[in-house]
Design a binder for this molecule. Structure first.
Ligand SMILES: Cc1cc2nc3c(=O)[nH]c(=O)nc-3n(C[C@H](O)[C@H](O)[C@H](O)COP(=O)(O)OP(=O)(O)OC[C@H]3O[C@@H](n4cnc5c(N)ncnc54)[C@H](O)[C@@H]3O)c2cc1C
Length: 419
């Protein structure tokens, strides 16, 4: 990129931070604008007074094979702060019958684990695992997972449903077969080395957000907080001005990367088609030390809690597709969730101090219909590019997708200067 080209990046979530880092690396002069007083968007940490701890808005898992995560954290110098198991072992507990097992994916790309009943989920067959390959036939289109995989029986209840609910954040039977396959082909299909579940330690902010702000500031990138973009002025095939509330400011020959949530992008660009169905994620944090020997992450089936994560001095639970319970009373929710934790970790103490974090529009619902509404990063305005987990990344709404979208917008901005 020719040194000196200016790019306004709007939104300091992961997509905006990724775009800002990538553009700066390529020699552009970036100006980052964020509406709120802080960066991180839907991937953030905060000090919770009730708990007396800094917590993440929700447990965020990435996979060891996530390539954009590796590039981004490698640039920031925090890649070693992702922690996870040595092998891709997934601990499960079915609360309906008390059974426990570990799904153990072997390290290499040849999936011999599916041939070994001790590594598979109890009650499932080799043929059912091999049938997942039918998802690979999926192209971007109307097929749902249930169109490709039998949605009745143990394999669905214990393998497809919990995994795909976590990945797609919508009822798996409605989930896009194409997006499911795009996820699988970059994780499980590449073997255990690519699908170890990694968590940012100590917090999301410490690993993904604060180091990005420090990296940008060290390179003299202005970061404006409390700068909410209110209007984009277009003329012909160009964005000509940005309005942050003090009237239109001409952008000259600068480019603009719009990395805001889809509903904001839609308000700013009236005829932009964006996903318009969202699903909730609920997280519950309990201020107590996990019992000695507790597994770092356990997937629960048959209860309210779905993923139980043990942190130092805290147990956190994630519930995806939480729309049915999101409006329930907090005390009642905490009691239900604590009951599940107590059953799985064997905690006998009364319910500790807790916090419930509700994200009603956590991600777009990864159905075929919603995927069809995701716009490309390139727009019909020559200096305007879109970024965000909701753009056409070819992945569900994930950290990996958000980071890739920022990289893609940066590459397009560079290409626009090259002509
Ligand atoms: C509870 C929860 C759990 C999750 N768990 C996982 C997980 O386990 N693994 C995973 O990979 N992903 C997970 N995700 C998804 C992940 O957090 C998102 O994919 C990612 O953070 C999206 O980043 P983004 O930059 O696209 O959007 P956002 O984070 O929404 O960023 C948009 C930014 O734009 C700013 N903004 C809005 N309007 C304006 C305006 N007018 N002007 C300027 N700025 C504006 C916002 O304040 C925000 O900072 C989870 C999400 C949630 C909510």
């Amino acid at each position: 990129m020719t040194s000196g080209h200016t790019v306004h990046v709007i939104g300091a979530g992961l997509a905006g931070l990724s775009a800002a880092v990538e553009l700066t690396r390529r020699g552009a002069q970036v100006i980052l604008h964020e509406a709120t007083p802080r960066a991180g968007g839907r991937c953030r940490s905060y000090f919770d007074r009730t708990l007396g701890q800094t917590v993440d808005n929700g447990n965020h898992f990435v996979f060891s094979g996530n390539e954009a995560v590796r590039r981004y954290l490698g640039e920031l110098g925090t890649a070693d702060q992702l922690e996870g198991p040595a092998h891709a072992d997934f601990a499960f507990h079915d609360l309906s019958d008390g059974s426990r097992w570990t799904l153990a994916v072997n390290d290499g790309p040849l999936p011999w684990w599916v041939f070994d009943a001790r590594r598979r989920t109890p009650g499932t067959t080799l043929a059912e695992h091999l049938a997942l390959a039918r998802l690979a036939l999926s192209r971007r289109g109307p097929a749902t997972i249930a169109d490709r995989v039998d949605s009745n029986g143990t394999f669905w209840d214990r393998v497809v449903d919990p995994m795909m609910l976590a990945v797609l954040n919508c009822p798996p039977s409605e989930g896009s077969a194409w997006l499911a396959w795009r996820f699988l082909r970059e994780s499980f299909a590449r073997g255990g080395r690519a699908c170890r579940t990694m968590v940012a330690v100590p917090t999301l902010d410490a690993v993904f957000i604060d180091p990005a702000l420090a990296w940008l500031r060290a390179r003299q990138v202005p970061v404006h907080f409390g700068a909410r973009l209110r209007d984009l002025k277009m003329d012909g095939d160009h964005v000509v001005a940005l309005d942050f509330g003090a009237g239109p400011e001409a952008v000259g020959d600068a480019a603009v990367v719009l990395a805001v949530p889809p509903w904001v992008a839609q308000e700013l660009i009236a005829d932009l088609v964006v996903p318009d169905r969202f699903c909730a994620i609920l997280n519950a944090h309990f201020a107590c030390a996990p019992p000695p020997g507790a597994r770092p992450i356990t997937a629960l089936i048959g209860g309210t809690a779905q993923w139980v994560v043990c942190h130092a001095g805290r147990i956190s639970v994630t519930i995806s597709g939480a729309d049915d319970i999101i409006d329930l009373d907090r005390e009642a929710l905490a009691a239900r969730i604590w009951k599940d934790i107590a059953a799985t970790l064997g905690c006998e103490a009364p319910m500790p101090t807790y916090q419930i974090v509700k994200e009603k529009r956590a991600t777009f619902a990864a159905t075929p219909a919603q995927d069809a509404r995701r716009p490309a990063a390139r727009t019909r305005w020559r200096n305007l590019f879109l970024a965000g987990d909701w753009t056409q990344t070819g992945l569900p709404a994930t950290i990996e997708g958000a980071l890739r979208s920022g990289e893609a917008a940066a590459q397009l901005a560079e290409a626009s200067w090259r002509g």
